[in-house]
Ligand binder design. Structure first.
Ligand code: ADP
Length: 713
């Protein structure tokens, strides 16, 4: 149920969209012609011309000619010209001006060939084939052009024209009695129209199939198929306004119902058909409908009227040079004249019909005409002739049922030619498919190879990368080993210096104390005190040195705890001043502290050592009665401290030696104070632990300023 609803909905949507689309089509194309330019405009003119090719030949011709003019002016020597000529030929063809149309088709073909426009060639060859069949009755040429049509249409996937050419061929085979082949071709036609999604074509295929069933004596089936085609054409006509499809179905339904004895229904269909043809002023159509009306009237005894109707039909057929249906027409004359008892006139008509039928290989007509002729001679009592025609009839009927004979009559070679062409084209298609597949395979292989190559290159790149990385790591290792070696060498040197430095005070302590032990009694009190004082000084020096050494080694081993905290700078300075007061007094030095009430985030003990070292150095190397200024400045990211003295100063050459462990530079203070040469090294290390720096500005003889910074948080 749901599926049914869904399908119905889809169908309705499709119908609605196609109806509204078609209503808009002609108008919107006209709009496009008026609003566009260049090739777009030309294409729109083609479309417009095509729509009206049958029903408004003047409009159709006008737009095709305008398009051609625009092409020749603006796009000379382009493939558009071939198309333009083709579109111009169509209304002329439908206007039954076959010579003129054929001329144009030939012109178009020679241009289309130059551009290898298979689609267009397929179209043109179809019309050329049809021209030769319907209007010259030349089956050889017809088959030749239909063959070419099939060839080019398959090459260009022109399914629509394939649908048309197969249906035309089906009709030709049907006319010659090759019903099986006709049926096969009718199916092919339907298949191609379906592929082209061409609704009108599908209606036409149902019609073709109906005619085939009618010919083999299955009017019921034919009636259904014509009915199917008719309702489809009625839907299409609602929005195309083109009633030709309806009319041809009405014609066939007239005949079928007439045969089935449904005279009223047949007449209704016939009247509707005549009305439509008159409205369209279609001579071809009207000639068919009048012919049908004649048969209908004759079947109910209105033979005189029937003959008049046939006359009208014949006049029209001759006007439009419809030679192919003349055999049928004269056969009908014969039939009616026989029913009127006018055997001589009937005989004349049938002989004319016989010649037309022979000329166009219309076997079905030949059989019927022979049958009627035999009948006439039978009535006339000419049994010899009656037998002759009866015999002809029987042979022809045989040939229709016998596939072998039929084929020979309808140009066997043509059938094979078509079939072999189809096979060649199929082979070509298969070859193309194979080629496509091998190309596809090649593509896949190429892609795989590219992938493999890509991976191989990636792996190679990785290997190279790892190799370089390893080399770099080795180099780094070698470098750091060199660095460690250097540090070790530096430390070795440092220890040898320290050992040497320690040796001096100890030798003096030992020497002096030895002297005291050995010759104590010989020394007076003053001399003894002098010696003891010297021993004390040396002990102090070595103690200081040991102390500094210990502190440095702890700092080196990172065993000194680093606990930064917020310290009040001014009070730190005050404390140290207090501590060093006696040293300041001894040299009568004024230590000026510039307080700013700021705090620093630092380790208390380290900060204390740093400041004490620098101030005591300043005192040590200051002259008597001078001033030392301690100050600090707060910058955006750090606090910069300065200790300025008016002492001996340091040459820039010696400044660069100050912080080197393996090249200790030191001198005695201004009052002969001894140094260790380690104080500044320890100071620098403690500062580095805080992320700070130390630098010096000094002029020998004038004084030094020691600066250091601590990051400000
Ligand atoms: P010490 O002072 O124990 O010798 P330091 O490492 O503190 O060791 O100082 C190393 C050397 O730097 C000193 O011997 C001295 O020559 C020089 N020096 C340090 N401070 C000053 C200063 N304020 N003025 C002049 N020279 C200084």
């Amino acid at each position: 149920m749901i599926k049914f609803l869904k399908n119905t909905l889809i169908l309705l949507l499709l119908l609605f969209s196609s109806v509204s689309y078609a209503i808009e089509t002609a108008d919107s194309i006209l709009n496009k012609i008026n609003s566009s330019n260049g090739i777009e405009k030309i294409r729109a003119r083609f479309e417009y011309s095509y729509i009206y090719r049958r029903n408004d030949k003047n409009t159709s011709l006008e737009h095709a000619e305008l398009a051609l003019k625009e092409i020749r002016e603006n796009y000379p020597n382009s493939n558009l010209e071939a198309e333009g000529i083709y579109y111009k030929a169509l209304p002329i063809y439908y206007d039954h001006k076959y010579e003129e149309a054929l001329d144009l088709f030939v012109q178009s073909v020679s241009l289309a060939k130059k551009w290898k426009d298979h689609h267009l060639l397929g179209n043109i060859y179809f019309f050329m084939g049809s021209t030769y069949y319907f209007h010259y009755g030349d089956t050889d040429e017809t088959f030749r052009y239909y063959n070419l049509c099939i060839e080019h249409s398959i090459l260009s996937d022109n399914y629509r024209i394939l649908g048309a050419v197969y249906s035309s061929l089906s009709n030709i085979y049907r006319g010659s009695g090759a019903y099986e082949k006709a049926l096969e071709l009718a199916y092919k036609s339907k298949e191609n129209y379906a592929k082209a999604n061409f609704r009108e074509g599908l209606a036409w295929a149902a019609y073709t199939m109906g005619t085939l069933y009618y010919s083999v004596g299955l009017p019921e089936d034919a009636k259904d198929l014509y009915g199917e085609a008719l309702s489809e054409y009625r839907i299409l006509a609602k929005y195309s306004g083109i009633n030709t499809g309806i009319a041809i179905c009405l014609d066939q339904l007239t005949n079928v119902h007439s045969d089935l004895g449904n005279v009223d229904i047949a007449r209704a269909y016939n009247n509707e058909s005549i009305g439509l043809y008159k409205k369209q002023s279609s001579k071809a159509g009207l000639s068919v409908a009048l012919n049908n009306k004649a048969l209908l009237e004759n079947s109910i005894g209105n033979s005189q009227e029937a003959l008049e109707l046939l006359d009208s039909s014949r006049v029209l057929k001759l006007e439009i040079k419809d030679v192919i249906s003349l055999a049928g027409l004269y056969q009908n004359y014969g039939k009616i004249l026989i029913s009127l008892g006018e055997y001589d006139s009937a005989e004349d008509s049938l002989i004319i019909g016989l010649n037309y039928a022979k000329q166009h290989n219309q076997n079905k007509h030949l059989v019927n005409i022979n049958k009627l002729l035999s009948k006439i001679y039978l009535y006339k009592g000419d049994y010899k002739k009656a037998f002759f025609y009866k015999d002809n009839q029987a042979n022809l009927a045989d040939s229709i049922t016998s596939a072998k004979l039929t084929k020979s009559m309808v140009k066997l070679e043509n059938i094979y030619e078509i079939e072999s062409k189809e096979r060649t084209i199929q082979n070509l298609e298969e070859q193309n498919k194979l080629k496509d597949e091998s190309l596809k395979r090649e593509f896949v292989v190429r892609r795989l190879l590219t992938l493999v190559l890509f991976f191989a290159l990636t792996i190679l790149a990785l290997l190279v990368y790892f190799f370089i990385e390893k080399q770099r790591a080795n180099r780094k290792l070698a470098e750091s080993k060199k660095h460690v070696d250097e540090i070790n060498a530096t430390k070795d040197k440092f220890f040898s210096i320290i050992a040497h430095d320690l040796k001096a005070p100890f030798s003096s302590i030992l020497g002096l104390s030895n002297l005291l032990v050995k010759d104590f009694d010989t020394f007076d009190k003053e001399k003894s005190r002098e010696l003891i004082y010297a021993i004390n000084q040396s002990s102090k020096t070595s103690f200081d040195l040991l102390n500094n050494l210990l502190e440095w080694s702890r700092s080196q081993r990172n065993t000194i705890p680093f606990v930064p905290e917020v310290l009040d700078i001014d009070s730190l300075f005050e404390n140290i001043k207090e501590l060093l007061n006696s040293n300041l007094e001894a040299k009568n030095i004024n230590l000026r502290l510039n307080p700013h009430g700021a705090k620093v985030f630092a380790d208390m003990n380290m900060m204390h050592t740093i400041v004490r070292n620098l101030i005591s150095n300043a005192i040590k190397y200051s002259k008597l009665d001078t001033e030392i200024v301690v100050d600090y400045k707060i910058e955006s990211d750090k606090i910069v401290f300065s200790i300025e003295d008016q002492g001996v100063g340091i040459s820039s050459e010696n400044i660069s030696r100050l912080f080197k462990v393996d090249d200790q530079y030191y001198r005695e203070g201004t009052s002969g104070e001894k140094g260790t040469g380690l104080g500044l090294i320890i100071t620098k290390e403690f500062l580095e632990k805080h992320g700070g720096e130390i630098w010096i500005k000094s002029k020998p003889g004038l004084g030094s300023t020691f600066y250091f910074s601590i990051p400000h948080k």
